[in-house]
Design a protein around this ligand. Sequence first.
Ligand code: CP
Ligand code: NVA
Length: 310
Amino acid sequence: MTAPAIRHYLQFSDFSADEYAYLFERAALIKRKFKTYDKHHTLSDRTLAMIFEKASTRTRVSFEAGMYQLGGSVVHLTTGDSQLGRSEPIEDTARVISRMVDLVMIRTFEQARIQRFAEHSRVPVINGLTNEYHPCQILADIFTFIEHRGSIQGKTVAWIGDGNNMANTWAQAAALLGFTLRVSTPRGYEVDAGLATLEGASAKGWQNFANPLQACEGADLVTTDVWTSMGYEAENEARKKAFANWCVDAEMMAAARPDALFMHCLPAHRGEEVTAEVIDGPQSVVWDEAENRMHVQKALMEYLLLGRQG
Ligand code: CP
Ligand code: NVA
């Protein structure tokens, strides 16, 4: 008998709309159980290795706490405290680690690096952020939208700011789950069509707007992210100038629907990509969004290791 093929979660397009529907339902159940201290030990005796080649607060805590809550355990590695920082090939690291654990989460630089890891891994690999994508975050963001407003299908999301890993992932999600994505970035910082377009799709899944205010018009969700992502720090000063008009403020929120939500994956820089008034205001759901990382990732880890439950 041949073993079932390993599934990895390296970008949003790795799952189908049907699988997302299951994951969102499962995450809701897992969250309800967490809130009532109802044990949910579906991954007892399973081990997750987490490899961080960039800094993290939310990703680390949500995966680590989540795995313990599922009855499993966690090993935490960084570039600096492992042989990765001393040039051990990523392929060898993958071969070794995946003989000892059941699941691996990696935060790294190029998408090609996580792909190389996955190609040499015996166990599922999860993308905890690369330069190109941040699928676990969009999973949490859409789950948060559903909690507050119901299905995201047919809705309009405005992405304001950098055409970065978050924007690429939103674009994949829009094409897969059937919502409209309006993107406004400064010139030179556009979404990369090669990364954001779904394989085989005849058209791109987002619309570009030169004016961020116009992108927000009629939006059900306005969302943004830092102007300078990790790994691009050398461009910080140039970016501050280029992005000056891409700060989500009360005027942009007023252009959106009256019941529009505001999201930010965090960490945030108040006064740069968003005003304090907006991120700390009544339309902001950023704390639910951050918490939901844990609930959706518990559903994701369970799904990758056990398949559909219930
Ligand atoms: N949003 C997010 O991934 O946060 P961290 O960088 O703190 O993990
Ligand atoms: N785009 C940001 C997200 C941080 C969670 C970065 O890559 O640094």
